[in-house]
Design a protein around this ligand. Sequence first.
Ligand code: C5P
Length: 221
Amino acid sequence: MIITIDGPAAAGKGTLAGKLADKYNLAYFDTGMVYRAVGLEMLLGGFELGNVDAAVRFARNLTFPRMMELSRNPVFRSLEGSKAASAVAAVPEVRTALLQMQQDFSKNPVFADGSPAKGAIYDGRDTGTVVCPRADIKFFVTASPEIRAERRHKEYLQKGQAVDYAEVLEQTIARDQKDFARESSQPAKDAVIFDTSGLSIDEVFAKACEIIENRKITLEK
Ligand code: C5P
């Protein structure tokens, strides 16, 4: 079974994906990592974010082990790392170069320890539209920019990164504008849309499970 969860930053995709992956024993691919990895390569190499040739080169050479190595760098999930990821993700050749790696995972999904899984759950922006257009179940999770910025701000503070709420909100809005300018980031036509603004993670999880259970019955028929 392949499940995709798309939507804007800090909408709760990762938390939902993690809980669903545990419950249904699925491998998990956080596709934002491929863009974060290329963005971080640019920062580490001292390249301007607008240097398309360098970004495309890093994207073409990216491997899964290198991505995992880069993910351990504290900048990977920082505000600076998010900005770099969003900048390189806007380059169509970078997206093309990173597509195969994301699609291959659905053919041979593996858990974090390398053992094989029977299916996968993806989270990102275009996983239901471009990466896995034939996924069994597609979710699109969203929430207001203020609520998402509040959640992200809390995460940064918990990690000891001192940033202003106003700066996080400004970047959330700027990142939405860049990310959602792409047609591929709009919800897939067959996606179930959740607005998590007024919902707890348990409520979102319960709704998602109900939809999956119903779909599983249809798939097994
Ligand atoms: O999800 P996350 O915040 O880690 O994604 C970082 C950036 O990577 C996003 O702002 C977006 O620009 C890009 N991205 C993308 N397509 C995806 C996943 C992430 O363009 N499927």
